[in-house]
Design a protein around this ligand. Structure first.
Ligand SMILES: NC(=O)c1ccc[n+]([C@@H]2O[C@H](COP(=O)([O-])OP(=O)(O)OC[C@H]3O[C@@H](n4cnc5c(N)ncnc54)[C@H](OP(=O)(O)O)[C@@H]3O)[C@@H](O)[C@H]2O)c1
Length: 336
């Protein structure tokens, strides 16, 4: 296939580029060339997708599949989709489960409604998930049933550009008592960027269209954190501290202790994403231990996360002094 990746250099886009080259596809990337280098073997076209003059560099070329990994603003995504609709077979848009109104409050099924963001909305029209829903519409308007909208849940793996698993691996590698959040049996879902990339390419090769939720690797907080201890070989002891205690000590869920969603009504559906449609279409995920191990190998080899601010998340990770204060308070609870 002739493949165009809009983006393609950091994490998911990078995994798509690597897998597509491995399969023998001809890969063009479109990015500004400022954040990270392209995968060797791709043909880069430089440009800012928000600038019409730059997008024009894609005019007059033909692709079997476009994979858009860096669409956040409907009006901007719509411009690329319209420009490419006549010259490209199919448009794969990487959205997010955040595009669903109910997530993370409620369990979401393959048919859960998305936000009603218009297809021509600008960046200031709303937040990340609302805008992703508008981006999905913009692609569907231009490509119709040739649009494949993929909504991943949490994505981890080598080259992760949010800094969630890298933070945990580095923290565990420092050793000692590690503040482990909540209940080790809390079920969670994640997908390795490489499995996501492979499945999107499978789906594109088979000419699939429609909306798919893509997550998996069903695991628990306890299992992937234990994998962090195992693969780092660290002398680390996980000290599990219940949600309520952490909340009472003003620990910020999801970011200060990355990946921690306490048992609160607003997160009740965080790890309850139905993926039946994608599984029926062949989605498979590797064991979580492999994702943890390979991310550690990547970090040990000098990998440095390019922290991407798409979700405008506050910096990840808890201050070491605060972590120690909470551990001390936990150990001495009830002593007073
Ligand atoms: N991380 C998660 O857990 C998670 C969960 C659900 C969904 N998602 C979605 O998954 C996707 C992850 O993407 P990724 O960052 O891994 O993709 P990526 O394609 O690997 O990296 C982002 C690319 O976009 C390019 N780019 C940024 N701004 C650009 C612009 N104005 N014009 C042209 N190119 C531009 C960057 O290069 P330059 O900066 O050099 O231009 C870079 O190549 C996102 O769509 C995200 O919403 C992520």
């Amino acid at each position: 296939m002739r493949l165009l990746i809009i983006g393609g250099t950091e994490f998911v886009g990078r995994a798509v580029a690597e897998e597509a080259l491995r399969r023998g596809h001809e890969v063009t990337t479109f990015n500004r060339g400022v954040t990270a280098p392209d995968v060797p073997g791709v043909r880069p076209v430089r440009g800012d997708r928000a600038q019409d003059a730059d997008l024009d560099r894609l005019r007059g070329q033909e692709w079997d599949v476009v994979v858009d990994t860096c669409g956040y603003v409907p009006e901007v995504v719509g411009r690329a989709a319209r420009l490419l609709a006549g010259s490209s077979g199919r448009y794969v848009f990487v959205s997010s489960v955040s595009a669903c109104v109910a997530w993370p409050k409620e369990r979401i099924t393959d048919d859960t409604p998305r936000y009603d963001c218009p297809a021509d909305a600008r960046a200031d029209a709303g937040e990340y998930g609302y805008l992703k829903a508008g981006c999905e519409r913009a692609v569907e308007e231009a490509f119709g049933d040739r649009a494949l909208v993929v909504r991943p849940g949490l994505i981890l793996g080598p080259y992760e550009n949010v800094g969630r698993l890298p933070w945990w691996l580095r923290r565990v590698a420092r050793g000692g008592q590690v503040l482990a959040p909540g209940d080790p049996d809390t079920r969670m879902q994640l997908i390795d960027a490489r499995d996501l990339a492979a499945w999107m390419l499978d789906a594109a090769e088979r000419g699939l269209g429609g909306v798919f939720h893509a997550t998996g690797g069903n695991t628990t907080m306890g299992r992937w954190l234990a994998a962090c201890v195992e693969v780092t070989g660290a002398d680390a002891e996980l000290v599990w501290v219940p949600d309520r205690f952490l909340l009472d000590h003003q620990v910020r869920p999801w970011t200060e202790l990355p990946l921690w969603r306490p048992d609160l009504p607003e997160y009740a559906g965080a790890w309850e994403v139905e993926t039946a449609r994608a599984e029926a279409a062949g989605l498979r995920t590797r064991p979580v231990r492999d994702t943890v191990r390979d991310t550690w190998e990547w970090l040990r080899g000098g990998g440095e996360p390019v922290i991407h601010d798409y979700a405008q998340l506050p910096e990840h990770g808890i201050d070491p002094g605060k972590e120690q204060r909470i551990l001390t308070a936990w150990r001495s609870r009830g002593a007073a």
